[in-house]
Design a protein around this ligand. Sequence first.
Ligand code: F6R
Length: 611
Amino acid sequence: MCGIIGYVGTRDVVPVLIGGLRKLEYRGYDSAGVAVVNGNGVEVVRAEGKLANLEAKLADKPLHGTFGMGHTRWATHGKPNENNAHPHRDCTGTVVVIHNGIIENFLPLKHQLQKTGHEFKTETDTEVVAHLIEEKMKSGMKFEPAVKKTLKELEGHYALVMINANEPGTIIAAKQGPPLVVGLGEGENIIASDVAPLLAYTRNIIYLEDGEYIIANDKKVDVFTADDKPVHREPKKILWDAVMAEKEGYRHYMLKEIHEQSRAVRDTFNGRMFEESAEIFFNDLQFTPKEWAKIRKIHIVACGTSWHAGLVGKFLLEEASRLPVEVDYGSEYRYRNPIVDDGTLLIGVTQSGETADTIAGMQEAKAKGAKLVTICNVIGAAATRMSEGVIYTNAGPEIGVASTKAFTTQLTAFYLLSLYIKQLRGLDKDDIRYAMHELSVIPHKIETLLKKQEKHIEQLAHKYQRAQDFLFLGRGVHYPIALEGALKLKEISYIHAEGYPAGEMKHGPIALIDENLPVVAIATHTPVYDKVVSNLQEVKARDGKLIVICDEGDEEMKKFADDVIEIPWTVEPLQPILSVIPTQLLAYYIALRRGADVDQPRNLAKSVTVE
Ligand code: F6R
């Protein structure tokens, strides 16, 4: 939902901005632009489409300076063309603004400004901010107070970076909703939508809270509350390596991230699971048995892939806790007046920790007295700051827009949480120890699966790449994997795909089956294995093309299916971590064959900070 970056210091600013925007491009790639302040005043270059178009323009018209800002856009208000690309300026061209979010009251503000003679050049909501600041400066106000006054007039969600070309060296940035982080350097300071662009310059990061704004120059950064009170906040040290956010020789981030899953899952359980004593320990989440005894029900709120992780989580947590677990989309939960009280545990699942719908759902539950826990991948993200407990997934930065390693680490976190609940309930230690051992060998099984199956899946992608539709089937813990497999395929290859519970197929979707419909089914050994096999017979009887993800050595399945993808055996609650991987690879290689933009699929953005 737009990436923003601002820099003040001594370096040549354009490479800093472009390097940063490259790391933020996952947030939107409809257009990009930079503004640089130098001896010529402020110079702005913008381009429709991906960052590469902006880079080509800058190669023709190089800009130099040590102070500036950059933006990569995911369009909300106004078409994704060059004219609507950020940065935006006031009538004089000196006040320059970039923005992530939506100014909800932009229309009345715009009408009011037009009446006083302001001319608008774009269809964006953002442009009003530049004109509002200008309007105040016209009546003699300095830039700083003009910005402060403007912020008080804005309604909606925003991360804003604002400069005045007549006061070079000062950046003002404000946050209400979307993320904004500040990197404190030596003789330089940098502001961005997430930490990835900052890591090349500093590890000392300040996370801004909603309502806060900063005034920065190359020497210092002052943080203020919405009512202008100074804030003293110690910077956090970020341990991520800048290199972790690079492609490391893989053709796409998505492929790299699929291959990182063994490491990511290990990092999620390392230091939290102690097999010898059969104990689970979470740094940022602790229940006393008494607190736990107060919990009467669990609600899980999430969106997209994280919602699918929540559906698997429901199986694991209901079994461990014997409490009712509901799973809801953030966008539904927030408006359905859910039944929540102080006996409710709300688990928000979010890779980014900034998804607007998930956060609103969490706020709704918190307001009604629920205890909040977040499963999140981004340290210090909004969702974690509002929660009493956090389980970080430790997947490392996920750049590919299609989520992969974030998902398998969310499943790992749910598995650990289910063991933690069993521990709180005083359940059998030997069972818990065995469950831990099975998790400890999962990273090795992921590696084996990738080694043995990747080439084969690439060939299957070649065979099935021209299909117009796909059906994904699964039962029990694999039903959410069927949904996730379908989502992955549709979002990156643009092939229509549906996920369905295998037992439900006969109630409708069976009408779709013919020799042109590939059906991807997950049929590993679970208590419903035989039932799934019967459902697959129904597909075969209608000439559907069956691709079955099954246990290694399932000879019967090999006779029966058109194609099989064998995965290592594990216990049922851990099977989704393995069974999802072939669906990720299949989607990846089909998208690749069809020439789609795997890491940045059309119309999407990695973190959805608007409703
Ligand atoms: C799909 C995908 C999205 C996200 C969803 C929630 O591959 O990535 O469906 O899962 O937008 O995002 P987070 O987990 O950041 O809240």
